[in-house]
Design a protein around this ligand. Structure first.
Ligand SMILES: N[C@@H](CCC(=O)N[C@@H](CS)C(=O)NCC(=O)O)C(=O)O
Length: 232
């Protein structure tokens, strides 16, 4: 058994954030699939054993199970002395961006993706509202990245892993052509993808089941979570 178990599903960008750290830091880990589509995370026993918040990712080591990708990333950086902030100023900046990511950047993008490609009948007004939230948050990060290689400067940190969690899923899932709309984000995600250990999310976590895309349900092709990213 690997040292770390990451309870996750391939379609979970929040899980991918943690997988990125584990793989880029060269740690001994394995993905453990969670059946979100089948409601495993709503099961009382799973919540008691794995995460009372009912979410993935959950990182397990020596019987300890941790949730919330931002908290896990901070713990991993501290524990392994890798990809963490250096000094008080960067520690503050790290917290600042992790909160922005969870609330606005990933928060809006992941919800828009669910509505865009998975909800049965997304209301056009709601979809347009979520799209505008994404555009607002992404414009802020795009502007920030126009002047630096990584979010905190010259080297990659957990801030990059957190913000990049959903940026390698195909446009047919997310509804965004990132290369066309946000050139600085596109250039930065390519720099991250060049790091040793980087692999696309469905390759890194070929496990579990998330809700199938609307089209797959209509086609009857089910909820396989073993798709490919179109990012190169
Ligand atoms: N802020 C949390 C968000 C976790 C989250 O939203 N996980 C999703 C998958 S990406 C989930 O488990 N959703 C299941 C549900 O809400 O029922 C984190 O960063 O870990």
């Amino acid at each position: 058994m690997a040292r770390y178990q990451l309870h996750c599903v391939g379609g979970s960008g929040n899980s991918f954030k943690v997988a990125l750290f584990l793989n880029c830091a060269g740690l001994d880990w394995e993905p453990v699939g969670v059946d979100l589509a089948g409601g495993q995370n709503r099961d009382a026993a799973w919540r008691t054993a794995a995460n009372a918040m009912g979410e993935v990712p959950v990182l397990e080591i020596d019987g300890r199970r941790m949730s919330q990708s931002g908290a896990i990333l901070a713990w991993l950086a501290e524990t392994h002395g890798a990809f963490g902030p250096a000094g008080a100023e960067e520690t503050f900046e790290t917290m600042r961006w992790l909160l922005f990511d969870n609330h606005k950047f990933t928060g809006s993008f992941a919800l828009h993706r669910n509505l865009f490609s998975k909800a049965s009948e997304p209301h056009p007004t709601v979809l347009a509202y979520m799209r505008s939230r994404v555009e607002s948050a992404f414009s802020i990060v795009d502007k920030h990245l126009a002047d630096c290689r990584f979010m905190l400067g010259e080297r990659p940190t957990i801030v990059d892993f957190s913000l990049a969690g959903y940026l390698y899923y195909p446009a047919e899932e997310t509804g965004f052509d990132l290369a066309a709309a946000f050139p600085a984000i596109d250039a930065w995600r390519k720099r991250l993808a060049a790091l040793p250990g980087w692999r696309p999310p469905y390759e890194m976590m070929p496990v579990g089941n998330s809700l199938p895309m609307r089209r797959q349900r209509i086609d009857g092709s089910g909820g396989s979570n073993h798709r490919h990213s179109d990012f190169q």
